[in-house]
Design a protein around this ligand. Structure first.
Ligand code: CA
Length: 236
C-alpha cells in the first residue's frame, strides 16, 4: 500500500509555506500551495486535497471563515497554524471543527506528528480500521478496552467510575488530538450541560491519580491550559 496524501497549504507568508512544504515533501506527501483565502477555497474544490494546513491571518479573509465554509460541506482534516497563541483562539478553531492547532513558531517533529494524527483519524473513520476494529487502544503501559469498559495499567485493571471511563474512552478515540473542555462536557453530559468545567477537572484529577505514576507530570493525559485535554498517541 502506497497512498500519497495530497496536502493543501493555505499560507500567505511564502517562507513559512515553503518550509512546511519542504518538511511534508520530505516525508513523501504531495503538497500544493495557496497564498490567499480565495485561491485556497478554489483549490479546495478543484484539487481535492486529503488534508489542509490553514493559516488564520490571510490577506483577503480570516482563516476562521475558510474553516466555517469548509465545514459546511466537508469533514476534511484541517490543521490550523497560527501566530495567535491565545487560548480563546485555539478553542474557537477547535470548536469550529479544526482537527488540530499549532502555534507559530513550531518544529518539524510537531508539525509531522499533528499531520499524521489528523490523517490517521480520517483513515480510521473511513475504513473502520485499526483502533476501532480491535476495540483496544494501547499507549505505553496503558490499555483501554472499549468493549469491556476497562482501563488496564501493566495488565492490572484500574477501578474507574463510569464518568471517568467515558472521559478516558473519548480521549482514546481521539488520541493525539486536543479535545476542548466544552466538547468533552457536551459528549459526556449532553448539549444542555453547563459550560463550567469543574466536574471535568475533578474527574481528570481522579483519572490521573489512578493511572499516572506521577499525576503532576503526566505521561498519558496532558492538559492544554485553558483549552482542553489530550491523550498521548500510541505507537501503532
Ligand atoms: Ca499569515
Amino acid at each position: 500500500m502506497n497512498i500519497r496524501e495530497k496536502i493543501l497549504i493555505i499560507e500567505d507568508e511564502k517562507s513559512i509555506a515553503q518550509f512546511i512544504s519542504a518538511v511534508l515533501s520530505g516525508q513523501g506527501y504531495e503538497t500544493i500551495q495557496a497564498r490567499t483565502a480565495k485561491e485556497g477555497l478554489s483549490m479546495l474544490a478543484s484539487h481535492c486535497p486529503d488534508l489542509v494546513i490553514l493559516d488564520l491571518g490571510l490577506p483577503d479573509m480570516d482563516g476562521m471563515d475558510i474553516l466555517r465554509q469548509l465545514r459546511s460541506w466537508s469533514s476534511l482534516p484541517v490543521v490550523v497554524v497560527s501566530a495567535r497563541s491565545h487560548e480563546r483562539d485555539k478553542v474557537a478553531a477547535l470548536d469550529q471543527g479544526a482537527d488540530d492547532y499549532l502555534t507559530k513558531p513550531f518544529g518539524t517533529g510537531e508539525l509531522l506528528a499533528r499531520v499524521r494524527t489528523a490523517i490517521r483519524h480520517t483513515r480510521t473513520a473511513s475504513s473502520n480500521d485499526g483502533v476501532a476494529r480491535q476495540g483496544i487502544y494501547t499507549v505505553g503501559e496503558l490499555s483501554i478496552d472499549f468493549n469491556k469498559h476497562q482501563a488496564l495499567v501493566r495488565g492490572e485493571n484500574v477501578k474507574l467510575t463510569l464518568s471517568e471511563f467515558r472521559i478516558v474512552a473519548l480521549l482514546a478515540r481521539h488520541a493525539g488530538k486536543v479535545l476542548t473542555y466544552d466538547f468533552i462536557i457536551k459528549e459526556l453530559w449532553g448539549p444542555r450541560a453547563g459550560s463550567g468545567n469543574q466536574i471535568l477537572r475533578v474527574n481528570m484529577a481522579n483519572i490521573r491519580r489512578k493511572i499516572e505514576k506521577n499525576p503532576a507530570e503526566p505521561e498519558y493525559f496532558f492538559t492544554e491550559v485553558g483549552v482542553g485535554y489530550r491523550l498521548a498517541e500510541g505507537d501503532s
